[in-house]
Design a protein around this ligand. Structure first.
Ligand SMILES: N=c1c2ncn([C@@H]3O[C@H](COP(=O)(O)OP(=O)(O)OP(=O)(O)O)[C@@H](O)[C@H]3O)c2ncn1[C@@H]1O[C@H](COP(=O)(O)O)[C@@H](O)[C@H]1O
Length: 108
């Protein structure tokens, strides 16, 4: 990975490469093979685990569960054929805009 490339981009490329791979050889391929409902269930579970770790867990547990959630979220994007960099673009678009200002603009 070169210094301009984020680990999430690298990971998304690996996930895409698992499309059509044997479910026996890859956890990602097995998730993609099981389909959208299974992937959504995993995202929900991992989000709940982040909440639990955020409330009472150690920093290490929070880091571990957040990584799980990011991975499963990327699998969801791949399953829906949504490029990961569209999310980075959305974050970039929001960058520098106060959440308070953005919320106020939505109410207008
Ligand atoms: N980042 C991850 C990653 N994070 C979490 N996981 C897997 O996600 C699962 C989450 O654990 P759980 O206990 O919730 O789930 P489980 O009970 O094992 O599985 P389910 O039956 O619930 O589906 C574990 O099996 C983890 O190994 C991941 N599996 C793969 N990756 C990345 O994806 C790449 C490709 O992986 P494969 O597709 O497996 O080759 C790897 O090299 C990694 O970089």
């Amino acid at each position: 990975m070169n210094s301009n490339q984020h680990i999430l981009d690298e990971l998304y490329q690996v996930i895409l490469s698992r499309k059509g791979a044997s479910p026996d050889s890859s956890y990602t391929a097995s998730l993609l093979h099981k389909g959208l409902d299974k992937i959504l269930k995993k995202v929900g579970e991992e989000a709940t685990e982040v909440v639990i770790a955020g409330k009472g867990g150690t920093d290490a547990e929070l880091i571990y569960e957040t990584a799980d959630l990011l991975y499963h979220s990327l699998v969801l994007l791949a399953a829906r054929d949504v490029p990961a960099d569209t999310v980075w673009t959305e974050l970039q678009r929001r960058f520098g805009t106060s959440g308070i200002a953005e919320k106020a603009a939505r109410k207008e």
